[in-house]
Write a protein of this length. Structure first.
Length: 122
């Protein structure tokens, strides 16, 4: 009986330590209440000049300096729509469709040579 109790205590302690290690070693962006996060994965061979986000409550332009991924966080109080446009170095442009969003949504978009596709939406 004593061995079972000691084994259970060791299991509980190791599980607790494991959860703490995972929590300290992982990073997850904290999204403020009333905001939306849009993760953009870049899988294009063309050089990108900038990415423009236009939404019901925000307009943002960011420069991409060779990154393969970026995260945009913007306010969205209630319902709204957003669109992402990618301007390449050769001044060509592709845009996503307008997409419905609400606060708390976290869509993932992928920029390719000829399109911007949604790979995950919530």
């Amino acid at each position: 009986m004593r061995k079972i109790i000691i084994g259970a205590l060791i299991g509980i302690i190791l599980t607790g330590v494991g959860f703490l290690v995972v929590d300290f070693l992982s990073y997850e962006a904290q999204i403020p209440k009333g905001h939306v996060s849009v993760k953009i994965e870049i899988e294009t061979t063309k050089e990108i000049d900038k990415i423009i986000l236009t939404s019901t409550y925000s307009n943002q332009t960011i420069q991409i300096n060779g990154e393969k991924e970026t995260l945009l966080i913007f306010p969205n109080m209630g319902e709204g729509v957003f669109e992402i446009c990618c301007i390449f170095q050769d001044q060509s442009e592709i845009c996503s469709n307008e997409n419905y969003i609400e606060a708390g949504y976290a869509p993932v978009l992928k920029i390719k040579n000829n399109e911007i596709e949604i790979t995950d939406f919530y």
